[in-house]
Design a protein around this ligand. Structure first.
Ligand code: SDX
Length: 432
């Protein structure tokens, strides 16, 4: 897919006139190419948080925030979640097209081949306290992969990049399960090639070497859909972190470790854990009005976790699918009247009828219901963002690879508006 120059934009500054090409993509907002603004005018643009800034061209994911639609390589997220599976979605995000049966089978065999991790990596886990947050462990052990897999570090070799992408997709569930087992003091479970990706992950998390229990297929399907919903989301904070790290030529494992670190924040992927903690703190539907009041109070830092989004000004389509998965899993487990779900449903109803949330176009996002589902699957709260990271790895590596292949990309190096001290002379300690 290519873009085309649609027209020119003019800027009048201090009596001078500047022209900028307006590029039109396949769908979505046009962009003004201001890359020559500083060279021509000596001025920077200013856009903290990048609310109006595109940092790349991409063919991978498209979000329409007003409509509440999300497309992976043009395919709607709800269709992929309902009709496909996570590994097929990984192939699509990596390669741009859905696989045929032969391509899928070969891809699945490749991912299975890379699912094990070097046994020496097991020793890394003994260095972490049992109460270490699993995201802290993931930051460490994923970055450490670059100390083991030297044959997939050369970012200029397309074959090594392909291997690195496959290794990361394959090893993230294994490492995530090891982080969880470490917290339990239980033995690590090896991946099993006769299980599909999601079932394999659940088996490595909840299986024991002392028994050969079948993975619940309904829960495995729910896990698979959760991974699809988290797979990619265009230039979000952690993906932008991965791109920026990759722009310096850092190896793929280090770049993904930087994405994991960024995702951990409660404003981003950490919101699923923060949302459950919020629902537990609310504790009763009777307390909802008090917390909605706090969320609206400018002087109170409290926010409704799992609500609001930089791009979606309508429902996050993933939240709708996640809500459906939530009901399916709870029904399958025979959990009636889950107290946290009751609070979440009532909170959503009250918030969506409140002028504050309506005016600010704040809707539930992917993190609002995901925690309830993850908790019902048996995961502790501190594993929720790890599950997000497992799902998002394919998006990170796909976006990283696209950036490396983009010949126009250079090292990312933003500028600033300097508001600090003017030039001044050093004063000796005795004179201060
Ligand atoms: C993810 O970018 C992605 O795509 C991310 C993600 C992905 O898949 O990668 O979708 C995953 O990170 C989802 C978001 C998870 N985070 C949360 O649920 C945390 C709670 N949400 C907020 O912190 C917030 O909504 C953000 C961070 C998600 C978005 O922040 P923005 O775009 O910077 O919006 P903002 O902070 O400027 O808010 C606009 C207004 C503000 O009020 P005013 O200053 O205009 O008066 O809305 C208010 C905010 O105070 N607001 C909220 C709110 N979110 C925004 N008020 C109460 N509760 C909230 N949740």
């Amino acid at each position: 897919m290519t873009d085309k120059i649609k027209e020119k934009a003019n800027l009048k500054l201090n009596g001078d006139l500047y022209d900028f090409d307006v590029h039109e993509g396949t769908i979505g907002p046009d962009v003004l190419d201001i890359s020559k603004l500083y060279a021509q005018s000596g001025k920077f643009t200013y856009d903290p948080g990048f609310t109006s800034t595109a940092n790349c061209k991409s063919t991978i994911t498209y979000i329409d925030g007003e409509e509440g639609t999300l497309l992976y390589r043009g395919y709607p997220i709800d269709q992929l979640a309902e009709q496909g599976n996570y590994l097929e979605t990984c192939y699509l995000l990596l390669n741009g097209e859905l696989p045929n049966q032969d391509e899928y089978t070969k891809f699945e065999e490749t991912i299975n081949e890379y699912a094990l991790v070097n046994e020496q990596l097991n020793r890394f886990f003994t260095g972490f306290r049992p109460d270490a947050h699993p995201m802290a462990i993931m930051c460490g052990v994923v970055g450490a992969l670059s100390a083991f897999y030297h044959d997939s570090l050369d970012i200029n070799d397309p074959e090594q990049r392909r291997i690195a992408c496959h290794r990361l997709i394959a090893k993230m569930p294994t490492l995530a399960a090891m982080a969880y087992k470490h917290s339990l003091g239980q033995p690590f479970m090896y991946p099993k090639n006769d299980l599909d990706y999601a079932a394999n992950f659940l088996n490595m998390c909840f299986g024991l070497p002392t028994e050969d229990k079948n993975v619940d297929t309904t829960l495995a399907k729910a896990m698979d859909k959760i991974l699809i919903l988290h797979a990619d989301h265009e230039q979000n904070a952690s993906t932008s972190t991965v791109r920026l790290a990759g722009s310096s030529g850092a190896n793929p494992f280090a770049c993904i470790a930087s994405g994991i670190a960024c995702l951990w924040g409660p404003a981003h992927g950490g919101a699923n854990e923060a949302c459950i903690r919020m629902l537990e703190e609310i504790n009763s539907v009777d307390n909802i009005p008090e917390y909605v009041k706090k969320a609206k109070d400018k002087n109170d830092p409290f926010r409704l976790m799992g609500f609001g989004h930089r791009v979606y000004k309508n429902f996050d389509p993933r939240a709708k699918v996640m809500q459906k998965i939530c009901h399916e899993v709870l029904d399958h487990l025979g959990i009636k009247d889950d107290p946290l779900l009751a609070i979440a449903v009532e909170l959503e109803k009250i918030a969506l009828e409140d002028d504050y949330f309506v005016e600010k176009k704040l809707y539930p996002n992917i993190d609002f219901y995901s925690g309830i589902v993850m908790k019902s699957l048996g995961f502790p709260m501190d594993m929720f963002t790890v599950l997000f990271a497992v799902g998002r790895t394919v998006g990170w590596v796909s976006q990283w690879n696209e950036m490396i292949e983009d010949t126009s990309q250079r090292i990312g190096r933003p500028r600033q508006l300097y508001v600090g001290s003017e030039h001044r002379q050093y004063i000796g300690m005795h004179k201060r």
